[in-house]
Design a protein around this ligand. Structure first.
Ligand SMILES: C=C(CC[C@@H](C)[C@H]1CC[C@H]2C3=CC[C@H]4[C@H](C)[C@@H](O)CC[C@]4(C)[C@H]3CC[C@]12C)C(C)C
Ligand SMILES: C[S@@+](CC[C@H](N)C(=O)[O-])C[C@H]1O[C@@H](n2cnc3c(N)ncnc32)[C@H](O)[C@@H]1O
Length: 363
């Protein structure tokens, strides 16, 4: 080959590679984030590093964080956490911020959808019903549930940036007539009593320092007879508090996911009954015959490395704010702790509870 042709070919290949790395790679869903759009929520570019340090010093020791003196600060730090991670989650995972059991021969995207549609089916959702999505993220589950069941869904999230992302996705999906998003605290919701036919929370209530506060609010806004489904992050009966390996994995999960302290599986139904719910069904959806939920995390090693390179390059080029690399590094470590939690069976992100608000006060 002529030297000039060789040079042009190499240049074209280099351009194609950079284009693929920056624009295409990592866009987990067709209309998801691109690497060049990593803005870190509503944090000013020069403040990302500071906010990350503040987040880290707050959640470094989760059990202390849960203490009464600091519990009221948790929602503000959870909000900061989602400003830091929302773009990276969307870019590297998609619009649904949760896990699901793997399904043989089906893609992650399909498995995610099946896990979400199960919620709609458990709630007996149908057109004309009004559902509440407690901790809705950027609305992946909300859109799947609205499309599958025909019901209307109102989502609430503490993070303003997610509200804007979710509204924009709803519009693009043509679901904005059915799906609405509100910014607020799920422990003090801006909704009247008995205003929803059903409610669900997917991997969100683990951010509440006291589960009573969020379950109590869901109970209040549900109509009598209304159903509530929650997928809870909990430690399983296999967890041993005297095993340093177990403790290390659980602390790693808490630190890297803005959790004020993981609850035990057997605490969930107790709290649900305490606030007035009847427990209809309770099941860890991660138990066999379900296939592991953590394989998606494990399989991603090569892409994490690739993502890390892209983020470093974009930071150097000043396209992405400083501090993004640290956040990405933290998520990489968190993925490792979550995988350990799954492999050892001491942790599940999908302990499902189906609850009913009694139809009458006497019930
Ligand atoms: C329910 C919660 C979030 C659960 C998951 C959606 C996220 C938990 C850990 C996240 C990730 C870890 C590694 C990242 C990787 C390094 C990066 O290159 C691409 C994104 C990740 C895969 C990221 C994606 C989302 C998670 C799997 C919590 C917060 C209660
Ligand atoms: C891991 S994400 C899950 C999002 C969504 N359920 C999904 O599966 O895509 C947790 C969500 O809970 C929300 N959240 C956490 N604490 C909250 C609070 N106190 N009030 C309202 N939303 C909260 C976060 O903002 C985020 O949207």
């Amino acid at each position: 080959m002529e030297p000039a042709t060789m040079a042009w070919t190499l240049a074209a290949a280099g351009f194609a590679l950079v284009y693929w790395f920056v624009w295409v790679m990592g866009a987990a869903e067709v209309q998801g984030k691109r690497a060049v759009d990593l803005q870190m929520g509503s944090i000013a570019d020069d403040k990302v590093g500071d906010r990350y340090s503040q987040y880290w010093s707050f959640f470094r020791s989760p059990k202390e964080t849960a203490a009464a003196a600091t519990a009221d600060k948790v929602p503000a730090f959870v909000d900061t956490f989602y400003n830091l991670v929302t773009d990276i989650y969307e870019w590297g995972w998609g619009q649904s911020f949760h896990f699901s059991p793997s399904l043989p021969g089906r893609s992650h995207r399909e498995a995610t959808r099946v896990h979400e549609e199960r919620v709609a089916d458990l709630l007996e959702a149908r057109p004309g019903k009004r559902l509440l999505d407690v901790g809705c993220g950027v609305g992946g589950p909300m859109r799947a549930i609205a499309a599958h069941s025909g019901s209307d869904v109102v989502g609430i999230t503490i993070n303003e940036y997610q509200v804007n992302r979710a509204r924009s996705h709803n519009r693009k999906a043509g679901l904005d007539a059915q799906c609405e998003v509100v910014c607020g605290n799920f422990m003090a919701m801006p909704f009247p009593d008995a205003s929803f036919d059903g409610a669900y929370s997917i991997e969100a209530t683990c951010h509440a320092p006291r589960l009573q506060d969020v379950y109590g609010e869901v109970f209040r806004v549900l109509k009598p007879g209304g159903l509530y489904v929650s997928y809870e992050w909990v430690t399983t009966p296999l967890y041993r508090a005297d095993d340093p390996e177990h403790v290390d994995a659980i602390h790693g999960i808490e630190r890297g996911d803005a959790l004020p302290g993981l609850r035990r599986q057997d605490e969930i139904a107790v709290v649900a009954k305490e606030v007035g719910f009847d427990v209809v069904k309770e099941l860890d959806l991660a138990l066999p015959p379900a296939l592991p939920w953590w394989t998606r995390l494990k399989m991603g090693r090569l892409s994490y490395w690739r993502n890390s390179l892209v983020i470093r390059a974009l930071t150097l080029l000043r396209v992405a704010p400083k501090g993004v690399s640290e956040v990405h590094e933290m998520l990489y470590e968190t993925a490792h702790h979550l995988t350990r939690g799954g492999e050892t069976g001491i942790f599940t992100p999908m302990h499902m509870v189906l609850l009913r608000k009694p139809a009458t006060a006497a019930e």
